[in-house]
Design a binder for this molecule. Sequence first.
Ligand code: FAD
Length: 392
Amino acid sequence: TQPGVIVVGGGFAGASCARALKRLDRDLAVTLIEPEAAYLACPFSNAVLAGLRGIEAQTFGYDQFGDVALIRKRAVAVDAERRRVRLEDGADIGYTRLVLAPGVDLRFDALPGYDEAAAAIMPHAWKAGAQTLLLRDQLAAMPDGGVVILSAPPNPFRCPPGPYERASLIAHYLKTSKPRSKLIILDAKDAFSKQRLFEAAWQEIYPGLIEWVPLSSGGRVTEVDPATRTLVTEFGDHKADVANVIPPQRAGGIAQSAGVADQTGWCPIDPVTFESRLQPAIHVIGDAAIGGAMPKSAFSANAQAKACAAAVAALVRERPPVQPKLINTCYSLVAPGYGISIAGVYQPRDGLLAEVEGAGGTSPLEAPRSVRELEAAYAEDWFRTITSEVFG
Ligand code: FAD
């Protein structure tokens, strides 16, 4: 085939980028490599856990991709020198430029006791799908009076407010269905996204139900024992009835094998073009990239994808890329009809994506319930809009 642009990974980043490239330049050959027949979206998957939503509302197909050539295979290797991608079936295809958007790998080597087999007992549910349903079913089967433990990873990780939105919605489920139960968050950090908003809401809506144990109070989990559902910290052992272990993460495997990830496990990029700092003609977007001040979110992935597509479309036609400005907003549900958000604007500065001072912010700390209700509705609108832009 004629070399063109290959995009690996059909998530919020890769799917957005493939379609944006085709929109920008109809004559460009664009190929999207994605092994799964359907995409399972993580945003709103915490509502699935809490029984507020079905998994089908999270599921999207690839049948609207028009002129983007779809290859339903896994990419297994990249030859950066010869500019070729190898697929799982041994086929190998050439590219002019390659965009890698593989998302994250959960690190099954970072937390003693937590490997893939342990995840079948202590689900992470940090990739939506079977893991989400497993955690939902464990919560549903737990007797009233049980203890749920959620362990939150150190920075950086996919979706900084995600563990705390999850804690909130699990608390909603416990409060309404199993009111004698308790939720403990064991955290590897001393601070988290939208913390004051979450903590104020927890005090108001779930008094005494959620206990957050920060790093400095012994919150960091150092080992797990799936056989007894025990989480070990430097300050002692915690036994759970349901354990949700969110382990440390790194860029998806193909980024590691392509040589675009550094010793941190994530991929350094040029903030204007998203081209790898380590390999020429390979761009990295979404969760896998080192996004500077940008959080790892679906909103960021989509924004980076469009900026990267513009840069790649310019570079293949030997035109100079333009300086991008990117936006992110992360909504979290604290309860049904109770939403909070954080927003930011980002631009290249000193080789990284830096926050534009004064351009972002969070929901007000003091606000009437009607504001929280509006934000919960905005969250739903955002999800509907982004998924129809990316997959619809
Ligand atoms: P992904 O969405 O993971 O997509 C990666 C794709 O690449 C996958 O389809 C995978 O199959 C494919 N792939 C991987 N390796 C290969 C390979 N070798 N060959 C071919 N294909 C490959 N973000 C928000 O903005 N708002 C939210 O409210 C929000 N809530 C969240 C809640 C939870 C519980 C979680 C876990 C995350 C949440 N996020 C949210 C974060 C969001 O899901 C991620 O930031 C986003 O999915 C990143 O997109 P991505 O395309 O980089 O990776």
